[in-house]
Design a protein around this ligand. Sequence first.
Ligand SMILES: CC(C)(COP(=O)(O)OP(=O)(O)OC[C@H]1O[C@@H](n2cnc3c(N)ncnc32)[C@H](O)[C@@H]1OP(=O)(O)O)[C@@H](O)C(=O)NCCC(=O)NCCS
Length: 372
Amino acid sequence: MPAGLEDVIAGQSGICYIDGGKGLLSYRGYDIHELAPNSTFEETAHLLWFGALPNKAQLADTTSKLSASRGIPDDVVAIMRHFPKTAQPMEALRTAVSALSMYDPEAEDQSREANVRKAIRLTAQTATLVAAIARMRDGNDPVPPRSDLGHAANFFYMLTGEAPNETVERALDIALILHADHELNASTFAARVTAATLSDMYSAVTSAVGALKGPLHGGANANVMKMLLMIDDESKVDDVVRRMLADKKKIPGFGHRVYNTEDPRATHLRRMSREAGERVGNPKWYRMSAHIEKIINTEKNLNANVDFYSASTYYVIGMPIDLFTPFFAVSRMAGWTAHLLEQYADNRLIRPRADYIGPEPTLKWVPVDARI
Ligand SMILES: CC(C)(COP(=O)(O)OP(=O)(O)OC[C@H]1O[C@@H](n2cnc3c(N)ncnc32)[C@H](O)[C@@H]1OP(=O)(O)O)[C@@H](O)C(=O)NCCC(=O)NCCS
């Protein structure tokens, strides 16, 4: 039994294909290198949910449904106001996503039509939840969504109260496309396991948010930025990183269970990090990242993953570090819900076996007083 189910095929899916040796990632047959420069998050979400790129009318329909679904119930906002100011945004998101189900009359409707509506609602509302969590944590009121803005631009608007310029909007949109799905990663698998009990979509995506939070998964992007800030000085990169390696510390943003070559998402994010840094006149974080990458490539033969260059990209755009992982969730909600639609369409309980390594089942019960 491979530890961590490495390379185990745990189900069939027609959504996302990865060839880890070739560094290939595709959504529904479209290479990520086709989608990243040309698509939008709305179009990519449609592709993931419905299996084909939308025509003009279909895209307009999905886009307007997404933008019409951005509001969150006042009661959920009221619940969120009670969260402690010290709550991590991923903790808050986990609870808020879960709370949404109690205000959705369709929560328990398992028909495909209702589940598609919930996929759209959950994707739209996750952006609103994350922005509201950030605003309220800082003592501000949530900014209501604007229906004339796309998903990426509206997220930035709800976060800051101002629409982003075109460059920031496009950078966020590309990041959303790149993070939207990734086959049977830990959070998607968690979502599918929950759904396979025929539990509802909200329960499934709550499981997924919990899994994404971990530093071996989505939590790595925030840790990359913490490491960059800890090093701070370009001249210290060599010393600090080599010391971390000597201490057998894992360098956040490197390594991948499936890719043993360049993560194709990192190719785009590396360029985005460089361009964003140059544009705001702060190329330091990109330069430090590139230096770290060189060391890890040479010393460990490991490649940067999706989280490495997304950190410096988001940071120079002005996104707070503890929103990096929630922003990953804003995007991945499209992928999670696409996988849930696929799971419900052809469901069987996911219930594997364990390779038992405990004592022989021959022990006799002893009264508590007689135990040593
Ligand atoms: C992604 C990750 C969890 C994959 O884990 P995995 O497939 O179980 O691989 P392992 O943790 O067993 O690593 C295999 C070897 O590479 C080393 N390695 C893997 N990632 C490393 C990293 N980021 N820094 C330093 N060494 C690393 C391990 O120490 C191990 O070396 P060893 O065989 O000498 O002990 C792992 O690479 C990691 O923890 N990366 C950092 C966190 C991260 O960026 N996560 C986001 C993933 S998209």
